[in-house]
Design a binder for this molecule. Structure first.
Ligand code: G3I
Length: 367
């Protein structure tokens, strides 16, 4: 385990600001006008998801990241199913390659995710339903947060625990965690997380709260109820992660989403935009037309999100359009690749980059 670097957000942002003042310019983005600089000027940390394989193989990506974003999050490399597909000691080699790159380049690190019903190894899912379930869950949380203790600014401790369609009280998902350990598993996970890494900010992370669309009112209600229960029981939680996998065809209601953000902030919680990308499935037209739709939609969303001063971190789910989970998750009917991120395949800014830049420039400063 590398030396524990005690890093808190304030020190991290101050360091970032000095980098910004120094310009932090890099090829591809205009000088002081990097997205990272624009975000930092408003007290927002801009980050990107990365995968270990492209980070190891792409020299231009390694050269671009430190000037372009302030922190990284591993896409898969910290997940339970990735590090411990079978019983036995977890293998954090790939995650450490990302953490090591971040530390070597003065970048922060986000942790994703300690507990998730997906990417959950079969052996663990079985154990959670048995007599030993609580110990198995505890050892997972202690192992992954302990491995990166003092090096992670924010952790997604629990991911996607709400699913109204499962018909459980409080809209909780009937996952192996829930069925084996009861609804209290969420609070237990946060308490163990705080004990294991007192310096990390602890987040609950979820999706499907961004739109006026069927089933999302229940999702928002379920997330708020979970957060209220956690706060009421003095559970150590610092924030809500809103994944923000935007879908350009879904109706975005600024007032509705702004109200939801205010309700979360009213609980004394920070908000992180944790997996930002823009899915233009079904949007026809040439690249320029698609990019316009993507940029306009992103700008409307970010203007609302950044108006809430509790929003202090924005992570894109990937850095460039070289790869996106969307291309395997929901291939476009026209066979074209998705363009959901602010840099193109040559790592040059896209119209989405400009929309993000305008949103950061127009956002209020955080105190
Ligand atoms: O790298 C291997 C490759 O060697 C192998 O040939 C291939 C086929 O088995 O699998 C490749 O790994 C895949 C990996 O993505 C590649 O990055 C895994 O099978 C696949 O399960 C994994 O999917 C990830 C998914 O979470 C499940 O962990 C996506 O990349 C990742 O973007 C997605 O991210 C999630 C967030 O964690 C939570 N929010 C939703 C978001 C999108 O689903």
């Amino acid at each position: 385990m590398s030396a524990t670097l005690v890093l808190n957000r304030r020190d991290f942002m101050a360091a970032g600001a000095s980098l910004v003042l120094a310009g932090g310019a890099r090829a591809g983005e205009p000088g002081l006008g990097t997205l990272k600089a624009k975000a930092a000027r408003k007290g927002v940390a801009l980050g990107s998801m990365v995968a270990a394989k492209p980070l190891a193989e792409q020299a231009d990506l390694r050269a671009a990241l430190p000037g372009a974003v302030a922190l990284l999050v591993p896409g898969d490399e910290m997940k339970w199913g990735y590090v411990q597909p079978r019983p036995g000691p977890p293998d954090f080699t790939a995650a450490e390659s990302i953490a090591g790159f971040a530390q070597a380049n003065g970048m922060g690190l986000r942790g994703h995710t300690a507990l998730w019903y997906r990417n959950l190894p079969d052996w663990a899912a079985q154990a959670l339903l048995g007599f030993d379930g609580a110990r198995v869950m505890e050892s997972r949380v202690r192992a992954v947060l302990g491995q990166f203790k003092g090096r992670v600014l924010e952790w997604d401790v629990v991911n996607e625990a709400v699913e109204p369609k499962d018909g459980e009280p409080d809209f909780l998902r009937a996952s192996p965690f829930y069925r084996g350990l009861g609804p209290g598993y969420v609070a237990s996970a946060f308490r163990i997380a705080r004990e294991t890494d007192p310096n990390a900010k602890l987040f609950y992370n979820d999706y499907g709260v961004e739109y006026r669309y069927r089933g999302m009112d229940e999702r928002r209600a379920g997330v708020l109820k979970l957060l209220e229960n956690l706060k009421r029981n003095d559970v150590p939680i610092d924030g809500l992660g809103i994944q923000s996998h935007l879908v350009a065809r879904l109706p975005f209601d600024p007032k509705l989403f702004r109200r939801f953000l205010a309700e979360v902030a009213g609980l004394g919680l920070a908000v992180s935009i944790t997996e930002f990308d823009v899915n233009d499935f079904g949007v026809e037209g040439d690249i320029a037309a698609r990019d316009r739709v993507i940029a306009d939609y992103a700008r409307r969303f970010l203007d609302v999100a950044l108006d809430e001063k509790a929003v202090r971190t924005v992570m894109t789910w990937g850095f460039s359009n070289r790869e996106s989970w969307l291309n395997t998750f929901a291939p476009r009917r026209d066979g074209q690749q998705y363009r959901p991120l602010p840099f193109d395949v040559d790592l040059k800014p896209t119209p989405l980059w400009t929309a993000m830049a305008q949103a950061f420039d127009g956002a209020p400063e955080r105190g």
